[in-house]
Design a protein around this ligand. Sequence first.
Ligand SMILES: Cc1cc2nc3c(=O)[nH]c(=O)nc-3n(C[C@H](O)[C@H](O)[C@H](O)COP(=O)(O)OP(=O)(O)OC[C@H]3O[C@@H](n4cnc5c(N)ncnc54)[C@H](O)[C@@H]3O)c2cc1C
Length: 410
Amino acid sequence: MQISKPDKFYDLVVVGGGMVGASFCCALEEALGENSLSILVIEAILPNANSAKQSSFDARSTALSFGSRKFFEGIGLWQALEEAVSAIHEIQVSDRGRLGSVEINRDEQNVEALGYVVENQRLGQVLNSRLNDSGKINFLCPALVSSVKATEKGMQLSLQHGDTETSVDASLLVLADGGKSPVCEQLAIARSTERYDQHALIANIVLEKPHQQIAFERFTDTGPLAVLPLKSIGGKNRGSLVWTLSVEQAAQYTDLGEELLPLLQERFGYKLGKILEIGETFVYPLSLSIAKEQVRPGLALLGNVAHTLHPVAGQGLNLALRDARVLVDVLISAKQRSLGLGEMDILLEYVAHQEADQATTTQFTHNITKLFSSNNEAKVWLRKFGLVAIELLPTLRRGLAERAMGLSKS
Ligand SMILES: Cc1cc2nc3c(=O)[nH]c(=O)nc-3n(C[C@H](O)[C@H](O)[C@H](O)COP(=O)(O)OP(=O)(O)OC[C@H]3O[C@@H](n4cnc5c(N)ncnc54)[C@H](O)[C@@H]3O)c2cc1C
């Protein structure tokens, strides 16, 4: 429920009601059952605000893994999302101008879909309406958390809401305020960061032919280029473009408008016929950035503030939802054992559950980024060999498919 004034104390405060913070809150509410906790989520920008300002629910689309579908099904939100998502029945990975491609499809993997593409703004509407309707979650928006400090019993936050400055205490603060988190900096949580010197240019495009529920990942001389299937609107065959480019190219291309079409066509090819239209373009700097501490007494980091990954493998949100699921389970178990939510032993249980998944997903994404962003001949050969090997070897194909679907355990 929307509130206009926060109480002085909550068991749990979540900073950031973006994709990860809002999903975590909804999952926690669902899992609470008869248990009660006082919960506050603080979000700086309304989900329907100017898309450039809202860092979660902007013009992008997100590929949700099969595991993430299960997450949203489990919290009763899948039905509302389903009518707007586009299922991925096949993933085609290829290297522009070279032999070797991999096709992974749902039949051989024996699943209904390999994943689903949702427009972020739609996800925002669904999550936001759940937060607004919730009887258990207090939702304060727009409100900006300006500083946070540790106290004996947890954390104390200072926040600005309208013209009012106020402070709130919490046993546990879940920080889900994204990869640029000033709060994380202010708490002196160190990060390991590797900039890729690449930007992702994103846009919605209209194609001559229907995508037939295929997600295309092409590795080009300028970097990986993905076209994800979107629901058609008004009879238009729509796709979501994510094109990794050098910083200079991205700056140059983003101003080209329709003149970008021939360049894009040349890189993507004619598998879906002519590219007829391109919508507004947006550019995102790309880096791998991992917080060196995931928890402290009274504090847990979730989503991009904990780990920001390259979007090439579509793993960032999917990983964060697996983290959110485990954190919810750990907190409910703590509540049932009458333990304090912010106790370090409890939070370390969460870390122990998720550190292997976080490390392998991060490494997988980083390796793919490095391998597929290079024109170095050795990497080109490795890529070609890798694509052919995956095409030929069922276990490798299964491994890749499981990771793409978010079902991999290793
Ligand atoms: C081009 C691109 C494509 C991607 N595609 C995929 C994909 O296909 N699949 C996938 O799994 N992942 C994908 N990702 C990754 C995914 O977008 C991120 O994992 C996700 O956005 C992380 O969400 P978040 O909620 O942690 O952070 P954010 O999205 O940054 O949200 C943070 C929220 O916190 C709020 N906030 C910030 N500071 C404060 C404050 N001080 N007080 C109150 N509120 C605050 C913000 O307003 C915002 O709503 C992609 C990323 C990019 C860049």
